[in-house]
Each structure stands twice: as structure tokens, then as C-alpha cells.
Write a protein that binds this ligand. Structure first.
Ligand code: ADP
Ligand code: ZN
Ligand code: ZN
Length: 811
């Protein structure tokens, strides 16, 4: 039999330079039926065996003395030929090695080590076990469930031929498993270590300030049964550290136990049926379904205000895809992947949905991914990387909140999920739906100019009006002597809201916002010794931390620059807002959500549900609280300072500000009670703030497009941003100048090169950073060698310390 698979071209997993090309290997006869394009293989490379991916087959090779493939690693190849092709496209367009793009497509589990796992066959028979070694192995497997091959071979009297014999008799199962992680997760259980009376005595003796500890003890006095730690924490709203202290005092005990992984094991999903569509929704639905049924590529921008029923349209369109025997991918921003969101999909499609989110362990993620690959599910819902879901009959890709910046990957491969989605849809003849209340300016422009079909949903399903938006000029507040974070109107609104027994959400922009320590004598902020950025003050443990490199130090007593003791913290971190809230409106119950209060798994969800259950009057936090706005009790939304995103060194600053404010306002008042929004700002006249407050989307986009066109930014041009970093300040500047010289001859007609200039943050982790920018026309026929020149830029500059990263926009 000749399958034509004589020679396999393989991208090998090595990071060294000069290896970004396929290597040829001979395919041994016995591997030909199993190896495919997209197979993971092991190959001899240099002195070692390496993992790689087969990207194509060939009849002959120019290489002499071909080595043979050592092993085909999976029965079903992890990648499909389409994904292999896509990886090559990504590598080409985003200027990264092919192996990096291939790796981005498979779950982390497949990139780790490979292990052989043994377990008992479900139909295991006892009789006829011969040797002591066999009995020992079987007993051990009974106890542990499974063993790695290495572990089994450690047992006295157990060797390879004994194991092979048991496998052939059908008593043992041998499984290849990727990843070196244990595939089961561990859960900590907590139980009292003392009798009830003793616990009560301990509780009496606790310091009056240890309120939390007392609450936990009281819980066990009433309910002495053991509970999983996460359940305990969420029920009591307690912190892990509180429980830990009680364990240290000998009041409680904890024990870690293994749990089989099933992300939704404790959830039951209510089956839900489709709702009759409104005329607007029906129109949107048709614009998706018609090309879907015809099997032709068709991009649709679904521009619909929040609450206009976009998600319902997605759900029904997916149903049509499934009826046509096709599959669908739904991308949502990570922070929107809440249980409520998952529930809507599970409720409609049950176990035909796989959900990929960052809360999953490596093993859980791998399991979901395998279901997709094996065709066991037809819908994948997930954040950015779910765009690589290995479906083979894609009919529909939906990108919800398509304007979100998290769809852009910030490390290699620096792809934008929207562009990758478009590529996949073209390949499959599938429909691409991009939904948002505030589309990216790029998408808006493409829709305007006919690149996408533009469908609008301008009415809310339940016909509720948008809340009134008041813009408060903080400069005026200051003039009138108000130095507080809170303006008078916001303070009054908060007080009224609490008086009526309603809830408020206070919003603090994450970026460009932190609490820093400033010396009042010399005016210096305490900076990170490794980065050109101020350290952030963390009140809870009185430390200063660098958010870029993690450097931490204690709060200094004296100014590091002048020695003055007049130093204090400034700025408006969430902790600071919380304190000031307590001062100006005592008695308000506040839940704070930020990186400090949510770093534990599940904390995010726990805080939100506490708020939803009415356990606080105010939810305070960064972007991550957006979902808190969906609660019916919320009637007031305050934006502490709207201009923080305005002054970022990013041509999208105005767009981001507009989007954020519109999203915030749009989400408020979705329910029975009418809502109100108060935006505090130092630039009330800025068009992005004014037009967001007026809900004047159209004018904003027109204005923004005009400005982008004048200043030549995407979507009116393509752009490469080159970031150079080096440990030596002079060397990085030299490299930048040299690069500029080298690139100039390759610039295509109409392109311009800007820089080198210092990057927005000129130093991070002791590396100095500079930036170059190339702007070019959108549709270029003749690149004049620029792409190649960029690809080899780093090597060409010949400085091993130098790092170059290239970001591309405007494909
Ligand atoms: P969006 O995704 O645009 O924010 P949703 O799809 O979440 O909007 O819809 C907002 C609310 O309206 C949801 O509670 C949803 O269940 C409800 N809804 C959507 N479409 C309909 C419909 N056709 N009939 C009745 N209720 C609907
Ligand atoms: Zn730092
Ligand atoms: Zn000083």
C-alpha cells in the first residue's frame, strides 16, 4: 500500500534562530496509516528527540540521509490541515515563527511532557493472577486509581514484560497522556478540630477585633460538618487567611483531597427555549442565516445597544447552524464569561457546548478541547484563544463585544482574534458576526464602507429608556473648595440611592490609575528601581509594589530622594476610594473588587453574588465589575474619573473612553427602576465624554474617523510598531538608529518611518525601551522586501542582548 506519505515536513519545537523552517523526515512504513497533516510527532533533532508538527507530505527531499520519525504522538492529530494552514498565515502576517503559531493553537497540556498512564480495565478479572509482582501492581492501582509507567516499574517484581502481558490479557489499560500535571484537582476540606464547647470557649477568648475569625468559629459551632474551603469562604464572605489563622491556633483542621475534574459538576442547567424575535431581531437573524444556509463567507457587524437582544439572536443563529450540521464558535471577553453567560448557552444547547475559560485547570481545558476535536460538541464558547477550536465544519463565528482590546494577544503570536476569525470564516464559507453596542472604530469604518454588512438593533427589548447621564466638572468642584474624590452631586446621589434601599456601582478605570507615594517636600514619587514607573501603594499590607515587574518594598519612613519624613500616598486606587467613601458616607456597606480582592479562584464570582444578594450598598471596582451592572437593584452608576483613559499614549484613547462610558451607561437601568449615571471628569468638554453622555454614537464615530484620517492612523493606514529593548540605554538607541537606516530602503511607496523615540514606559525590568513606527497605505501590492527585512531585523542587528517585538495593525 502506498499512501503517498513518504516524507513528512515537520516544524520542530526549538526556539533557536534559523529553525523557523520545516525539516524533512522519512515516514516509516508502519506509521503511514496514522500520521496526518497536523499530527504531533517526535523526531530526532540534533542530539535529542523533539516534538514537532507535520505540516505537509512530500515525495522527495533535497536533504541527504533523511532521519525517520520516531513516534506519532496522538491517534487523532491535534491540529487539522486548516489550522496548520492558518498557523502559516499567522506566522506570515504577524511576523512570528510558525512553531509559535502552531503552539498557540493547542492546549497547554499538549505542550508538556508525555506520560504513559496505567489503570485497571473496567472489566478487570481477579482470577489467574500469577506472580507477586502482578498482585502488587493491581493492589497499588486499586488504591491510587492510576500510575505512571515509571511509578509502576518502581514496584518490586514489576517489569515491562509483566505489564505488557496484563495489557494483552485485557486487564490493564495503558494510556498516553500529555502534560506532566496531575489530571485531577485538589480541594481543601475544613472541619473543626475541637468539640463544640471548646470552640465556643476559643471564640470567647478571641480578640474583639478578630470578628471574621469569630464568625467562622460560630459557623462550626452551629454546623460541625466538614465543608470544602471554597464553599465556606463564599458562604461567610471570609478570607482564606482567616481560616488559616484558626488552623494555626488549633481550632480547625484542613485536609486536601483529590476531586475528579468536571467544571460544571455541581450545576444543573435549566433547558431554555428560543424567544419569539422582535422585528429588529428577526432582520438581524435573517442577515446571518441566509448566507449561513448558502454556505458563503459573509461578515456582519451587529451594532446593537445593550439590552437590544443580541445574545438572543446569537443563540438562534447558532441553532440554525447546528440544524445545518455545522459548528459554531462564540468568543466573549474573559470577564464576561460568567456563570450566567455560560448558563444561557448550556440552557439552550446542553452538552453540545464546550466552554473554554481561564478558570479551568489545564486538565479541564484539555478535556473540553478534546470534545471539540472528537466532534463530541458543536459549539465552543470561550475567550480569545477559543478562536482556534479545532472544528472541521464551521458555519458561524460570533465575536461578542467585538471592540474589546482583549481580543488582541499581547505576546507572540500577536494576533487579533477578529482577523483570525475572518480568515477561518473565509476558509469554511462561514458567517462572521461581530456584535457590540460600541463597535471598534475599525469595524465601524469597514461597515460604513461596505466591507461588512451593517445591521443595527436600536431598541431595547423591554423598551426601557437609557438612564440620564450627568457630567460633573471636577475642576469646578476644586474651585469651590471640594478636595474630595467625590463631587457633591455624586455624594448626594449615593446617599439618596442608599436611602431608597437601592444599590450603586462605582467605577474606576483600571489603567493609568494607581495610588503612589509622593514626597511633599521634594515632589518626587517613589519609583521602581527597575522600571520607569511609580510604585503602587497597597494599603492592606502597607507595601509598595511595581505592577510591571513585581518588585515590592515596605512603605518607606523617609523620602528616598531627600530624606524628608513628609511622605504620603496619593492617587485614587480602589482602596483609597473605599476609605474615602467610609469617611464621607459612613455606614455604607461596600464591596471592593480589584486585583487584591479577586486573585483567588472564584473570588470574583463570590463577591458579585454577595452584591447581587443585596449584601452591600455599593460595588466598587475596576472594569471587572461591569457585570455588577446587570443586577436589578442597581440604579446609580458613578464613574470616578472619566479622563484617566484619555491621556494614555495610545491613538485609541478617545475610542476607549467613549466605549467604556457608553457601556457603563448602557448597562445601568436595564431593569424596572430608572437609573442614573454620574460621570466625574477634568475634561468635560472632550468629545468622547460629551458624546458618550449624549448617547450620540454616530457623531462620535464620524468625528473620530476624521481625526484618524488627518493624523494617519488605522483604519486609514496599516501600522507596524517596533519595540526594542536592551539592558544598555545607549545600545538600544544605537540599535534603533541602525534599524531605521536598514529599513528605509525597503519602505514601499507612500510608507513612512517614525522614530526611534523612547517607548511610553522607557524602562521595564531594567531594560531600556525605544520604539519605531512604520505607517503604510492599506492595500499594498508591492511590499518592496519590507516584510522580509522586518522578519530578519533582530538577527541582522547582531546584538544578542537586544530584543525586538513587532506589533501589526490594519491588515
Ligand atoms: P444584549 O445581548 O444585546 O445585551 P440580550 O440578548 O441579553 O441583549 O437581551 C436583553 C434581555 O432581553 C434579556 O433578558 C433577554 O432574555 C431578553 N430578550 C431578548 N430577546 C427577547 C425577545 N425576543 N423577547 C423577549 N425577551 C427578549
Ligand atoms: Zn518594576
Ligand atoms: Zn523628598
Amino acid at each position: 500500500m502506498d499512501t503517498g506519505k513518504r516524507i513528512a515536513r515537520v516544524y520542530v519545537d526549538v526556539a533557536a534562530e534559523g529553525t523557523d523552517k520545516p525539516f524533512d523526515y522519512r515516514v516509516p512504513e508502519e506509521m503511514r496509516p496514522v500520521v496526518e497533516v497536523g499530527s504531533r510527532v517526535r523526531v530526532p533533532f540534533g542530539t535529542r528527540k523533539r516534538m514537532g508538527y507535520v505540516i505537509e507530505f512530500a515525495e522527495s527531499s533535497s536533504a541527504q540521509r533523511l532521519k525517520a520519525l520516531s513516534e506519532v504522538m496522538d491517534i487523532i492529530p491535534p491540529l487539522t490541515p486548516e489550522l496548520v494552514e492558518l498557523a502559516r498565515w499567522i506566522a506570515e502576517v504577524y511576523l512570528c515563527p510558525v512553531i509559535t503559531a502552531l503552539h498557540a493553537m493547542v492546549p497547554a497540556m499538549l505542550k508538556g511532557k508525555y506520560r504513559r498512564i496505567l489503570r485497571l480495565d473496567p472489566g478487570f478479572r481477579e482470577e489467574g493472577l500469577l506472580s507477586e509482582g502482578e498482585t502488587r501492581l493491581v493492589n497499588q492501582l486499586r488504591k491510587q486509581g492510576e500510575l505512571s509507567l515509571e511509578q509502576a516499574l518502581q514496584l518490586p517484581g514489576v517489569n515491562r514484560s509483566l505489564i505488557k502481558g496484563l495489557i494483552l490479557e485485557g486487564r490493564l489499560i495503558s494510556e498516553e497522556r500529555a502534560g506532566d500535571r496531575v489530571t485531577r484537582k485538589r480541594i481543601t476540606w475544613i472541619r473543626p478540630a475541637l468539640e463544640r464547647e471548646e470552640l465556643a470557649q476559643k471564640a470567647e477568648k478571641l480578640d474583639a477585633r478578630a470578628k471574621r475569625q469569630k464568625e467562622v468559629l460560630r459557623h462550626f459551632i452551629h454546623e460541625p460538618e466538614e465543608v470544602p474551603l471554597p464553599a465556606l469562604l463564599s458562604r461567610l464572605g471570609a478570607a482564606r487567611s482567616t481560616v488559616k489563622r484558626l488552623v494555626e491556633k488549633g481550632c480547625l483542621q484542613w485536609e486536601e483531597r483529590e476531586e475528579y475534574r468536571d467544571p460544571f459538576a455541581d450545576k444543573t442547567f435549566q433547558p431554555a427555549s428560543p424567544l419569539p424575535l422582535t422585528p429588529e431581531q428577526e432582520q438581524a437573524f435573517q442577515s446571518i442565516v441566509t448566507p449561513l444556509q448558502a454556505g458563503r463567507y459573509h461578515p456582519v457587524l451587529l451594532h446593537g445597544v445593550t439590552g437590544s437582544g443580541k445574545t438572543e439572536v446569537y443563540l438562534q443563529a447558532i441553532m440554525e447552524a447546528l440544524k445545518a450540521g455545522k459548528q459554531a464558535i462564540v468568543l466573549v471577553p474573559e470577564i464576561s464569561l460568567t456563570p450566567q453567560m455560560v448558563e444561557r448557552f448550556k440552557g439552550r444547547f446542553g452538552d453540545r457546548v464546550a466552554v473554554l475559560h481561564s478558570g479551568l485547570s489545564g486538565g479541564e481545558r484539555y478535556d473540553e478541547w478534546r470534545k471539540i476535536r472528537a466532534g463530541g460538541v458543536q459549539v465552543a464558547v470561550g475567550a480569545r484563544s477559543a478562536i482556534f477550536a479545532p472544528f472541521t465544519r464551521l458555519g458561524l463565528i460570533i465575536i461578542d463585544e467585538e471592540h474589546e482590546s482583549s481580543y488582541k494577544q499581547e505576546e507572540q503570536p500577536k494576533y487579533h482574534a477578529r482577523e483570525v476569525a475572518r480568515q477561518r470564516c473565509i476558509h469554511h464559507g462561514a458567517v462572521l458576526v461581530m456584535g457590540s453596542a460600541t463597535p471598534a472604530v475599525d469595524s465601524y469604518f469597514r461597515a460604513r464602507t461596505g466591507g461588512y454588512e451593517w445591521v443595527t438593533l436600536m431598541n431595547r427589548v423591554h423598551g426601557r429608556p437609557f438612564p440620564r447621564v450627568d457630567v460633573v466638572d471636577m475642576r469646578q468642584e476644586l474651585k469651590e473648595g471640594n478636595r474630595s474624590i467625590f463631587s457633591l452631586p455624586l455624594r448626594e446621589a449615593l446617599a439618596d440611592c442608599a436611602d431608597r434601599g437601592e444599590q450603586a456601582v462605582l467605577f474606576l478605570n483600571r489603567r493609568g490609575f494607581s495610588t503612589f507615594v509622593l514626597c511633599r517636600e521634594c515632589g518626587e514619587a517613589v519609583g521602581c528601581p527597575h522600571c520607569d514607573i511609580s510604585l503602587t501603594y497597597h494599603r492592606s499590607n502597607r507595601t509598595l509594589r511595581c505592577h510591571y515587574c513585581g518588585y515590592t518594598e515596605g512603605m518607606p519612613e523617609h523620602c528616598p530622594s531627600c530624606g524628608s519624613s513628609h511622605i504620603r500616598y496619593f492617587g485614587t486606587g480602589t482602596q483609597r476610594v473605599e476609605e474615602e467613601l467610609a469617611r464621607s458616607l459612613p455606614g455604607l456597606r461596600v464591596i471592593r473588587m480589584d486585583v487584591d480582592t479577586t486573585h483567588q479562584k472564584g473570588a470574583h464570582e463570590r463577591l458579585l453574588s454577595a452584591f447581587g444578594a443585596g449584601k452591600a450598598d455599593v460595588l466598587l471596582g475596576t472594569q471587572m465589575i461591569a457585570k455588577g451592572l446587570d443586577f436589578p437593584g442597581v440604579t446609580l452608576v458613578g464613574v470616578i474619573a472619566a479622563d484617566t483613559t484619555l491621556h494614555l499614549p495610545d491613538f485609541r484613547a478617545a475610542e476607549r473612553t467613549f466605549q467604556l462610558l457608553t457601556q457603563v451607561s448602557g448597562r445601568a437601568g436595564r431593569h424596572e427602576k430608572s437609573g442614573r449615571v454620574v460621570i466625574q471628569t477634568y475634561s468635560p468638554e472632550h468629545y468622547s465624554i460629551r458624546m458618550a453622555a449624549d448617547y450620540d454614537t454616530e457623531t462620535f464615530y464620524r468625528r473620530e474617523c476624521k481625526l484618524r484620517k488627518i493624523h494617519r492612523y488605522p483604519p486609514f493606514c496599516g501600522m507596524f510598531t517596533l519595540l526594542f529593548s536592551h539592558t544598555d540605554r545607549a545600545a538600544v538607541m544605537r540599535a534603533g538608529m541602525k534599524a531605521a537606516e536598514r529599513l528605509k530602503p525597503f519602505l514601499p511607496e507612500g510608507a513612512e518611518l517614525l522614530g526611534p523615540v523612547p517607548a511610553p514606559i522607557p524602562r521595564i525590568k531594567d531594560r531600556f525601551r525605544i520604539q519605531l513606527m512604520i505607517k503604510h497605505d492599506l492595500h499594498i501590492d508591492e511590499w518592496n522586501g519590507l516584510i522580509e527585512a522586518l522578519r530578519h531585523l533582530r538577527t541582522g542587528l547582531g546584538d544578542p542582548e537586544l530584543r525586538v517585538s513587532i506589533d501589526r495593525e490594519g491588515l
